[in-house]
Design a protein around this ligand. Structure first.
Ligand code: ZN
Length: 76
């Protein structure tokens, strides 16, 4: 029984020494989340709704549309 206590004590001391040697946790350089960049908004040539440039459906002439249906309907 004495050895069990000694081993447990040694384990605690080793754990404590390892924690001390490692030192305080270095503050991790947390990367700041980049703010969302403003997106160009284009007005649909058919209905005038503004759509993010990435979501625009363009026709052959390059006119922006909010959807495929409005591209087929054409400019107004
Ligand atoms: Zn539209």
């Amino acid at each position: 029984m004495k050895y069990v206590i000694l081993i447990a004590l040694a384990a605690v001391v080793l754990w404590w020494l390892r924690a001390r040697l490692r030192g305080p946790a270095a503050p991790t350089a947390r990367r700041r989340a980049e703010p969302a960049r403003p997106q160009a908004m284009l007005a649909c040539a058919h209905c005038g709704v503004h759509v993010p440039q990435a979501d625009v459906v363009a026709d052959a002439a390059g006119r922006p549309y909010c959807s495929e249906a409005h591209r087929l309907a054409g400019p107004r």
